[in-house]
Design a protein around this ligand. Structure first.
Ligand SMILES: [Zn+2]
Length: 259
């Protein structure tokens, strides 16, 4: 996996569509104008309390014009949304950052408070350059697959399994997301685990995932992370007052992120 930045990688997906050893990474977005904003507001009004991920799908389905080598028809956002669901989570998050960058420029203002007890400097709008955000890019198909050896094997469909095979999770995990019952980690596991030492392909259900030991599911999460290209949704910088390093999660919620 190659480590680069948003500014360097530009208008290319971290993975894209993988076909016969080549990566189709190119994508394009239309200009985010007031008309699109109005469409989004209308859908949100009709669907009270949309999840953050559902709003992301809604916005990108209106913006994307080219993805996976296909042209997207602006009059058919449901088709574009279906195509987004085939993308990895990392690729959709990359398009999300790129959409913000194209619409609003590289400067991102974040609420900041220094964690150094001797400083505690506060800035409600600390400026940050999005182009410097770290991105991991797949360089070969083999990098998109991983294996976890279970420290405590268990029985799935009457067979003892000792190994889980994983790939990057798809954005489709968010197609049903919404309610408080949505379990993100569980959905990632279901989307990522594609096989075992005994099964070429498999989807593990909740009761089967629940049997994983803590050590094993921690290892599983780590391995999925390792094989998943995409941007790191973390902001790193230096406190403007004491110069101490800071790191904080990016708040990518539409309502704050696109301000
Ligand atoms: Zn400080």
């Amino acid at each position: 996996m190659k480590k680069t930045t948003l500014g360097e990688h530009g208008q290319n997906l971290p993975t894209g569509k993988v076909a016969g050893g080549t990566f189709v990474r190119e994508f394009a977005l239309r200009e985010f104008n007031f008309g699109i904003d109005r469409q989004i507001a209308k859908v949100r009004e009709a669907q009270d309390g949309m999840a953050v991920s559902a709003i992301t799908s809604l916005v990108l389905s209106r913006l994307v014009t080219k993805l996976h080598g296909q042209e997207c028809d602006p009059a058919k956002p449901e088709e574009s949304k279906a195509l987004l669901y085939k993308c990895s989570v990392g690729d959709v998050m990359y398009m999300w950052l790129w959409a913000r960058f194209e619409a609003m420029g590289e400067a991102l203002e974040i609420p900041f408070q220094c964690q150094m007890p001797s400083c505690l400097h506060k800035d409600p709008e600390l400026k940050f350059d999005m182009r410097g955000m770290d991105v991991f890019v797949a360089e070969g198909e083999d990098q998109l697959q991983g294996t976890v050896k279970l420290s405590r094997p268990y029985t799935v469909r009457k067979e003892q399994i000792t190994e889980l095979k994983v790939k990057p999770p798809l954005w489709s995990i968010f197609s049903q997301a919404g309610g408080a019952s949505f379990n993100y980690q569980g959905a990632v596991f279901q989307s990522s685990v594609y096989g075992t030492d005994k099964h070429e392909t498999i989807v593990l259900g909740e009761p089967e995932l629940d049997q994983l030991s803590r050590k094993d599911y921690k290892a599983l999460a780590k391995e999925i992370d390792r094989v998943s290209p995409g941007p790191r949704l973390v902001i790193e910088g230096k406190c403007p007052k004491c110069e101490g390093d800071f790191k904080q999660m990016l708040d990518w919620d539409y309502d704050t992120f696109f301000e």
